[in-house]
Design a protein around this ligand. Structure first.
Ligand code: PLP
Length: 397
């Protein structure tokens, strides 16, 4: 027996564990001080009433022989028509036409980010932005693929563009981005689509935060860019869109037009999913099917609007202090430059000790994150406002 030794190449992830430990230590030493967390990457608002009603109805259906459901339907990898129809309709509203067979429903974008690699050879070179959502990097290290980095930095607004000198076969793009909050315009994405097509590469486009986009120039889907269906797979999630982090549902688009050396990647993914996956629970699928209905969209827009207001409170605070940042406008994340050239962890300690506010050090997302810091809009209005008052009082001195 030999283990997969590539796992030994992974760096231990201490980021959130260290944030948690340092916060707990501070609280123990200062029980009289109230700490506010602007480090939360998870949603806090409850599910939309339309989703809850649909899930209740689905539970009732499971209680009667006539309406009971077992495994999902085979035709579309265990996804129900009711759900697929709403996903197609949501794409149509973005100006993108898809077919049911191009949509694969899953238990979330994180699983699919890792699982999709099953259909690619380990010989491919992978291009990953730095800083990055760690899943892209770690899943490829586990498989033993060669990884090269696309530099995201202050100079390019944390939106790296293709470099013709770099040869990559698989390209990860995430927009709006975690951790930087930066979002590509359709015009910028066109350059990536052109690069991918010229280099025979495939883009894995993570659209987990697309519902936060407000700027009409920014992409809601990579398929809004001409030619993207021939070179891109899109990973989507109900987590941040509709508060499904604890429910678990997402969908991945593998267009029929995505073909390499005569092989349809859609067919490979369908084969992979039907072999290794047995679908998302009926109750979850019915809840998800309520999201992109008229009522559901109105209700999720309220929750997203709530987080957007928090993002505005934070960005207004940074604007008033003259601090450079990305995100906050089309994203729940705000990525700021630590003042006075401070390093990420030094700024973390400074903010915790002097304002009792917790954020996430940018260096935890990659070398280029050093000197930057992530705040999130997933808290309550009250805490976000109070945290910003404290930051203003401290940094405005
Ligand atoms: N992709 C990005 C960029 C994320 O930030 C996250 C979660 O934070 C995910 C995917 C995971 O989404 P899901 O909850 O659908 O697995």
């Amino acid at each position: 027996m030999k283990i997969n030794e590539h796992f030994l190449d992974l760096k231990d992830s201490y980021l959130f564990a260290t944030v948690g430990r340092k916060t707990a230590e501070y609280k123990r030493a200062h029980p009289d001080k109230e700490v506010i967390r602007l480090s939360i990457g998870d949603v806090t608002r409850p599910l939309a009433p339309a989703v809850i009603a649909a899930m209740h109805k689905a539970v009732d259906n499971m209680s009667r022989t006539e309406t009971f459901k077992g495994y999902g339907p085979d035709q579309y990898c265990y996804a129900y028509d009711e759900l697929l129809d709403t996903i197609l309709a949501s794409y149509a509203r973005k100006g993108v036409t898809l077919e049911k067979g191009e949509v694969f429903v899953s238990d979330g974008a994180k699983s699919d980010c890792g699982n999709i690699l099953d259909i690619f050879s380990v010989d491919n070179t992978v291009l990953v932005p730095d800083p990055v959502y760690p899943v892209y990097l770690d899943t490829n290290i586990m498989a033993g693929r060669k990884v090269v980095f696309a530099d995201a930095n202050e100079g390019n607004g944390f939106l790296p563009m293709p470099d013709e000198r770099v040869q990559a076969d698989i390209i990860y793009l995430c927009s709006p981005n975690n951790p930087t909050g930066a979002a590509y315009t359709c015009e910028q994405l066109k350059a990536w689509v052109d690069y991918a097509r010229a280099n025979n590469a495939v883009i894995l486009y993570d659209a987990a935060y697309e519902y936060f986009v407000t700027d009409a120039r920014c992409a809601r889907s990579i398929y809004q860019v001409e030619g993207a269906k021939e070179c891109a797979i899109e990973l989507c999630s109900y987590s941040k869109t509709a508060g499904f982090t604890g429910v678990r549902c997402g969908y991945t688009i593998v267009p029929h037009a995505l073909v390499r050396k005569g092989t349809s990647l859609n067919k490979l993914w369908a084969r992979r999913q039907s072999t290794k996956f047995n679908g998302v629970s009926y109750i979850t699928q019915m809840g998800a099917a309520a999201v992109f209905t008229e009522e559901g969209e109105r209700e999720i827009a309220e929750n997203i609007g709530y987080y957007r207001e928090n993002a505005k409170i934070i960005s207004d605070c940074l604007d008033s202090l003259g601090i450079w940042y990305t995100g906050g406008k089309n994203s729940p994340y705000i990525w700021l430059k630590c003042p006075n050239g401070m390093k990420s962890w030094d700024f973390f300690d400074y903010l915790l000790e002097n304002a009792q506010v917790v954020g996430t050090p940018g260096s935890g997302f990659g070398a280029n994150g050093e000197g930057f810091f992530r705040l999130t809009a997933f808290g309550t209005h009250e805490n976000t406002r109070r945290a910003c008052d404290r930051i203003r009082a401290l940094l405005g001195k």
